[in-house]
Write a protein that binds this ligand. Structure first.
Ligand code: CMC
Length: 435
């Protein structure tokens, strides 16, 4: 962290003692300034209190910038709209890992490297076979990605920059293979090996929907839509799963084990699990007539139901990723020739919610998960695979953020503190003397 950008300070006066301390204010290149509270405890004996991090910057990063009020998402300065239109997922992977777009020969090298790592160790298949066939594929992904830490010993010396890069390449290359294997296992079909002449998205589709008995081919509209979905999910600054990966990694843990921790966090319905929940919700609503009933449920504070795919901690505007996905959903539906009643339902739900004071006042807009499930189900993925696809794409963000953290010379183990509300010291009472 560069401390030299300190220009302003903030003063805090503790009313009970009259003591005043000054804390530096740091400027980012964009976005809100931050108050540097690192000296607060040593100067005052007090902590800051921000349990769900609504006002806390947990690190500095140069990777991804979000302006939630304006609905802006950029990676290394490039807007998500431009990246999804003009770039490819692998190029975005390079951008996240290196901070710059590759030139032609760098891109060719990168593609070759990723392609060379697409197969997984043969022994890994036995891990899959240890799971029940009806296991949720996210449970399988947590297990197999975590198990990579036991397979690739030549890329887990985190103090070696070359090994860190190899770990990143391996992860990006093997995620589609491992995700497709999770799917194949769940439906009882044989695993399909990667084909290195295919693009990243095509290869994933081939391993997912192909069978050894015949050639598989897919429409370029579908593979392009999938590639765009991967770009849209590649990174999203310090969200819950990325922060988990950073915190796990801050102890010096094996990188693949840290990624497994990120997958566990992403699985939750408030995070990546929402794409699965959106389709379940749309199916449950069933018809346009029932939308008002579900909007009322979402607004009722005594009802735990929330409108899935709506709202975001950072975006108080239309999630720009949903803005890209909405037209993409039309393209895919047209390509596969499906009249999808869920799309009609989603559009009507969005329209009615955005006219409703409850959602307007709270600035609740559709997020990335609102339309992605419709596209993924039109391509043929079952709902249980939706969060796996999110995982596949987000893996690059996790490993790039992990790498950025490890490469920060000031990096130390992350260790939050707490506001203790339990008992003060009390005497232990033997069990036969307790009431
Ligand atoms: N439906 C109904 N009410 C909502 C919703 C919703 N989806 N989201 C937020 N609210 C209400 C919430 O009840 C609260 O109302 P009040 O001020 O009256 O108490 C207000 O809006 C602010 O919400 P919050 O819970 O303080 O917001 P948060 O930042 O803690 O939660 C969220 C963000 C994404 C977890 C939440 O909006 C949510 O649960 N949405 C549905 C799940 C979802 O779509 N998640 C995917 C997020 S995008 C993909 C990703 O990054 O993983």
């Amino acid at each position: 962290m560069n401390d030299s950008n300190t220009k302003e300070t903030v003063s805090i006066t503790i009313n009970s003692t009259g003591e005043t301390i000054e804390l530096p204010i740091l400027d980012g290149t964009q976005g809100p300034q931050v108050i540097d509270v690192r000296q607060l405890y040593s100067k005052t004996g007090m902590f800051t209190y921000d349990p769900s991090y609504t006002s806390t910057a947990s690190c500095d990063s140069s990777m991804t910038y979000i302006d939630g009020e304006e609905g802006i998402l950029r990676h290394a300065g490039y807007t998500i709209e431009e990246l999804t239109e003009k770039s490819s997922f692998l190029e975005v992977c390079y951008l996240l890992l290196h901070g710059e777009l590759p030139n032609l020969s760098e891109m060719q090298d990168f593609e070759r490297t990723i392609t060379n790592h697409t197969m997984v160790h043969d022994q890994l298949q036995f891990l899959y076979r240890g799971f029940r066939r009806d296991a949720h594929p996210m449970a399988v992904m947590i297990g197999v990605v975590g198990a990579m830490s036991a397979f690739y010993h030549d890329s887990t010396d985190i103090s070696n920059p070359q090994q860190r890069l190899i770990a990143s390449h391996r992860l990006i290359a093997k995620m589609p293979t491992m995700a497709a294997m999770a799917y194949k296992y769940s439906i009882g079909q044989p695993f399909v090996y990667p084909r290195n002449e295919l693009s990243y998205a095509e290869n994933f589709l081939h391993m997912t929907f192909g069978v050894p008995a015949e050639e598989y081919s897919c429409s370029p509209v579908i593979s392009r839509a999938l590639d765009r979905i991967f770009i849209l999910h590649a990174d999203h600054e310090q969200n819950a799963s990325t922060s988990t990966v950073r915190l796990a990694g801050s102890s010096g843990a094996n990188p693949f084990a840290c990624i497994a921790a990120g997958i566990a966090t992403l699985w939750g319905p408030a995070h990546g699990g929402a794409n699965e929940a959106v389709l379940e919700m749309l199916s449950e609503i069933g018809s346009k007539e029932r939308i008002p009933e579900f909007l009322e449920k979402a607004k009722n504070k005594d009802d735990p139901f929330r409108l899935m795919g709506f709202g975001h901690r950072v975006y108080k505007n239309y999630d720009p990723r949903a803005g890209v996905l909405k037209p993409a959903a039309y393209e895919v539906l047209e390509e596969v020739g499906i009249q999808n009643p869920l799309m009609e339902l989603a559009l009507e739900l969005e329209r009615l919610a955005l006219e409703d004071d409850y959602f307007v006042e709270r600035k609740l807009f559709p997020n990335v998960d609102f339309y992605s499930g419709i596209i993924l189900s039109a391509i043929g993925f079952p709902t249980s695979m939706f969060t796996v696809l999110f995982t596949l794409a987000r893996a690059v963000g996790w490993i790039a953020q992990w790498k950025e953290m490890i490469e920060d010379p000031g990096q130390r183990i992350g260790r939050p503190r707490q506001l203790y509300l339990g008992h003060a010291e009390r005497k232990f009472v033997p069990i036969d003397e307790r009431n």
